[in-house]
Design a protein around this ligand. Structure first.
Ligand SMILES: Cc1ncc(COP(=O)(O)O)c(C=O)c1O
Length: 422
């Protein structure tokens, strides 16, 4: 309603009490620890500064890398003159088929039997969010177990969806490796039918993965306990350089009859971070069950984000439906994985060359983008204040931030702070 004041129309002054604001009880939340590292890095003006916090691949010059196969797919999509219509609720079907086939393999029995439902997701995070919402709705009260430590978002996603979340032992700080006995015992002690989240490969943040023998034992245990296994597969191809090798644990579980949930991300292996492209799959026991599951996933997704963005899906499906582009993608994902493996080796070489007598073998034993160095919070603080090297206080470094130009400087700094610590 408007009032006439002299010759102008003016809106009435809203009646409100200014003494108490509606949002006065909203307190400032803490910074995300990883983003906090970038903030500190950006503020630093030193030319030798290094950012080892960000979980995004960088090339030898420390620059973001756009895959050649992505550039070619981009061109193809542009030339095809596509429209910008909505995708269905479940996303782009050619992408969904290609995504799940990449993870489970062409010969997967469950796929052939049409028992697998796949929906496009808003990258790995979105896939996990849909997974958690589905679990909350259809397995109410069931606790999800995540490794300790795990990617920081796991706990929050489950908690935000109302899924009780606990952790199982994972890391052994004594040897910077896997505490397999602890992991086994904790999964064994979890109530039958619990949700067990497993990182399929390149565990974040530790870089520590079970061996195939250990995976087999976990599979058997989860079967005995009737646990529901959820694989978070954010790094297919990025760990070993071979998408097949990285998929081995997932494929093993599926072949063993586990009706798993699978969350895929195409952020790292296709370098499509900002395109937010991922997939969520669930395996049912019959094709009818799969149809029912899909209908419920649609009901869940519709009020969440209605339907997913199409561009990333078009890129990935264009690549995976074309033999030459797929071959090029395979060589590029290997190139990224090999650069990471090489930087691990270089770092250890320079640590030794500069006189470090510590055992740094975990740096090369661990796999994927991240390395749990074993550096203490105090040592991390010194790296930042004296050497302009930024990482999270848990000692995790993103190997992607290491380049041939900064690796020796980093090794010297790491040696200095570790040799001068008590
Ligand atoms: C273990 C793990 N899961 C899932 C994700 C999800 O990433 P995004 O949402 O960017 O695909 C990440 C990203 O760092 C991750 O490390």
């Amino acid at each position: 309603m408007f009032f006439r004041s002299s010759s102008k129309l003016v809106a009435p002054v809203l009646r409100r009490t200014y003494s108490t604001s509606r949002w006065s009880k909203v307190v400032k939340g803490p910074e995300d620890p990883i983003l906090g590292v970038s903030v500190a890095f950006n503020k630093d003006t030193s030319p030798s500064k290094i950012n080892l916090g960000v979980g995004a691949y960088r090339d030898d010059n420390g620059k973001p890398y756009v895959l050649e196969c992505v550039k070619k797919a981009d061109k193809k999509i542009y030339e095809a003159g596509v429209d910008h219509e909505y995708a269905p609720i479940v996303g782009v079907s050619s992408f969904n088929n290609a995504a799940v086939q990449l993870a489970l393999g062409e010969d997967c029995k469950a796929l052939k039997e049409k028992r697998v439902v796949t929906v496009q997701a808003i990258s790995g995070t979105g896939a996990l969010r849909v997974a958690a919402a589905f679990i909350a709705r259809f397995l109410p009260g069931v606790t999800a177990y995540v490794p300790n430590p795990t990617w920081g978002n796991h706990n929050v996603i489950f908690a935000d969806c109302g899924v009780p979340v606990k952790s199982y032992t994972y890391y052994n700080p004594q040897n910077c490796g896997l505490n397999f006995d602890g992991m086994f015992k904790d999964i064994q002690s979890a109530p039958n039918g619990s949700v067990i989240l497993l990182h399929a490969c390149a565990h974040n943040p530790t870089g520590v993965d079970p061996s195939m023998e250990q995976w087999k034992k976990i599979s058997q245990l989860c079967k005995e306990k009737n646990h529901f296994v959820l694989f978070d597969f954010a790094y297919q191809g990025f760990a070993s350089g071979s998408p097949e090798q990285d998929a081995e644990p997932v494929r093993y579980f599926v072949n063993e009859g586990h009706e798993i949930a699978l969350c895929q991300s195409f952020a790292k292996n296709f370098g499509l971070y900002g395109e937010r492209i991922g997939a969520f799959s669930l395996i049912g026991s019959t094709p009818d069950e799969a149809i029912n599951i899909e209908s419920q996933l649609k009901i869940l997704i519709r009020p969440m984000y209605s339907n997913p963005p199409v561009y990333g899906a078009r890129l990935v499906s264009t690549i995976l439906s074309n033999k030459d582009l797929t071959a090029e993608w395979r060589s590029e994902v290997k190139l990224m994985a090999d650069r990471i493996i090489n930087m691990r080796e270089q770092l250890v070489k320079y640590l030794k060359q500069h006189g470090s007598t510590r055992d740094w073998s975990h740096i090369t034993n661990q796999i994927g983008m991240f390395c749990y160095t074993g550096l203490t919070g105090e040592q991390v603080d010194r790296l930042a204040s004296e050497f302009h090297i930024y990482l999270t206080r848990n000692g995790r470094i993103s190997i992607a931030g290491i380049t041939p130009r900064n690796v020796e400087y980093l090794a010297k700094a790491m040696h200095k702070v570790t040799s001068e610590s008590k």
